[in-house]
Design a protein around this ligand. Structure first.
Ligand SMILES: [Zn+2]
Length: 290
């Protein structure tokens, strides 16, 4: 009895070609039999850098993650920083042999200097000087971008302003001389300013705000909000926000103010609206007491 099977057109020594339908059928069968891959705890043996996150169902490298903040360790394409769901042993081995991982591993093996070492050793002094130099560079760049924002100048001014600094032989490096970095710096300045405003609002017994609008060059209405409060007898006004309301009807302006306040950490729990403010249609004059 023979178990050999033949199909039409079969030639000795040649593999039969599968039709498209057959290929699909085979792929479907493989998928249905395929066991779902998962993280194997034995992979952690002799790999103290490998961790598994039950919540996100991903595995990650503690070394690469910890050192990803330093520009010297590449994050691009390193799935073990964010978390990988490619549960293959070969993926871990590949990561283990990768240059960024080896670098991160070397960096994590170095012990940080103690505060006394930082003060007394040569390495500590060198490190302090390096940090101070980096800080000075960033101070110049932040000053430039702050001047641009404050004087309502276009972001394109940032590059030539920095080039002027270089011509004056001011050490500012070359990494952050681009529009993207300028926008990022402005974003951080605004964040810090807003947190100062929020902090001050917590320390005053009451505050009010001013709002006025105008149309920008594209014809969109822009409302600017300032907070006004008195602390130890000194009246202070601080900028809060500029953005577009849906329209300039009293009801939309009302919603706009509430939306803006919701985006901040100003305590809305103590927000008391005067009877006139509870009626959106009479939203003409505002006073908020905290
Ligand atoms: Zn790694």
């Amino acid at each position: 009895m023979s178990f050999l099977r033949f199909y039409d057109g079969a030639k000795p020594g040649k593999k039969g070609k599968l039709t498209d339908d057959k290929k699909k059928e085979k792929a479907k069968e493989y998928e249905s039999r395929r066991v779902e891959r998962s993280f194997q705890s034995k992979w952690k043996n002799e790999r103290d850098w490998l961790e598994y996150d039950e919540e996100t169902k991903t595995m990650f490298c503690t070394c690469c993650r910890a050192n990803s903040q330093f520009r010297s360790v590449s994050v691009k394409g390193n799935t073990f920083v964010e978390g990988s769901c490619n549960f293959r042993h070969s993926a871990i081995v590949d990561h283990e042999k990768s240059t960024p991982h080896e670098k991160a591993l070397r960096m994590s093996k170095t012990t940080p200097l103690t505060p006394s070492e930082l003060k007394t050793t040569e390495a500590g002094n060198a490190l302090k000087m390096l940090q101070a130099a980096e800080r000075n560079k960033l101070c110049y760049l932040f000053r430039n971008v702050h001047a641009i924002a404050k004087n309502n100048r276009p972001i394109s001014d940032y590059k030539w302003l920095c080039e002027l600094d270089i011509a004056k032989q001011i050490e500012i490096g070359s990494t952050y001389i681009n529009d993207h970095a300028a926008v990022n710096f402005i974003h951080h300045i605004a964040k810090v300013e807003l947190s100062h405003t929020e902090k001050q609002c917590k320390a005053v017994p009451f505050l009010s705000f001013l709002m006025d609008g105008t149309t920008d060059i594209s014809g969109s209405e822009q409302e600017t909000l300032y907070l006004r409060y008195s602390k130890t007898g000194n009246v202070t006004e601080r900028f809060l926000n500029t953005s577009s309301p849906k329209s300039t009807t009293s009801a939309d302006l009302y919603d706009h103010v509430i939306d803006v306040l919701k985006q901040t950490n100003i305590d809305k729990g103590n927000l008391k609206l005067t009877p006139a403010l509870k009626d959106k249609t009479k939203f003409v004059f505002l006073l908020i007491f905290i």
